[in-house]
Design a protein around this ligand. Structure first.
Ligand code: SAM
Length: 293
């Protein structure tokens, strides 16, 4: 039986052995609470039939728990210094592959085809995310063509609140819409800052995303829909109209097209994007598409 990595004593011993000091710039806060790790694995219902992608394995605290429960684990770690550590800590597990790469430069579709023995097995993403890039990572995952059966991610509480925000609230924005477009979001549990070494300056939450029911209407161009989410919230306090003309142009011809599209979608130009639901955004996007915007 291999002892757990995630205890304060063993974590410190591993870091001393390899002369590792954590880098704040890479969001390195290592979990040292075994119960939390086990609860993360349970929240994702990780099973021996599942392929799992992990982002930022660190010294392997979560990776190890995933390896013990999943079919196969592929983990991306950007920090070269941690690769020899992971070679050592993951040696007991023959179903773990560590890749020394920036997750933001990874082609997820290709990874799945190339790295998993059975690419068609159920696929889950489980990670204690590096907080400085939580939003870019979520956007990358949500805009990829990969359908995850579950995404279980730890992030700072403030960002977690944005994932399931209601229209009209201050937390509601392009991230909320990007998530809602693909997934249902649920809070699994909160995690105190004392569960990490070193302690982060924020509290954290585990969010579980699962595939949503089919949309009522599909967007005509997914990429443009995601752009429209961003355009709508470019200047939060401005009207939708102001954000639209800033993004698409102020010529008379463009204004005419925008007016036609807003009219067709039955959306007032004076409204603010924060009042629009996902359905409103899709309707507006399709109308803009038809108007050649
Ligand atoms: N999984 C470990 C745990 O739970 O204790 C470590 C989590 S720590 C919050 C985030 C990890 O992500 C660090 O190991 C860090 O080096 C890694 N990381 C930071 N930026 C990354 C990136 N762009 N791509 C891949 N890994 C990254």
């Amino acid at each position: 039986d291999v002892p757990d990595i995630a205890t304060p004593v063993r974590t410190q011993a591993i870091m001393n052995q390899y002369g590792i000091n954590t880098k704040k710039s890479l969001g390195q806060n290592f979990l040292t609470d075994i119960n939390i790790l086990k609860n993360i694995v349970s929240a994702g219902e990780v099973k021996p039939t599942d392929n799992v992608i992990e982002i930022g394995p660190g010294i392997g605290a979560l990776t190890e728990q995933l390896a013990r429960n999943a079919k196969q684990v592929v983990a991306f770690e950007i920090d070269d210094r941690l690769i020899p550590v992971l070679d050592h800590t993951m040696a007991p597990y023959d179903n773990v592959k560590i890749i020394n790469q920036d997750i933001l430069s990874v082609d997820l579709e290709k990874t799945i085809q190339e790295e998993f023995d059975d690419p068609s097995a159920p696929l889950k993403l489980v990670a204690n995310l590096p907080y400085y890039i939580t939003t870019p990572i979520l956007m990358q995952v949500l805009q990829s063509n990969v359908q995850f059966d579950a995404i279980v991610v730890m992030m700072q509480k403030e960002v977690a609140d944005r994932l399931s925000a209601e229209p009209g609230t201050k937390d509601y924005g392009s991230l909320t819409l990007a998530v809602t477009y693909r997934m249902n979001a649920a809070l699994a549990f909160n995690v105190s800052r004392t569960a990490f070494v070193p302690n982060p300056n924020v509290d954290s939450a585990i969010i579980v995303l699962t595939p949503r029911e089919p949309l009522t209407t599909d967007p005509k161009d997914e990429k443009k829909l995601f752009q429209l989410f961003k355009v709508g919230f470019a200047m939060r306090r401005k009207t939708l109209w102001n954000n639209l003309i800033t993004a698409f142009g102020k010529t008379d011809e463009m204004k005419e097209r925008l007016t036609v599209a807003l009219d067709a979608a039955d959306i007032s130009p004076k409204i603010r994007a924060e009042k629009l639901t996902l359905d409103d955004f899709i309707r507006l996007h399709n109308a803009l598409f038809d108007a050649g915007v």
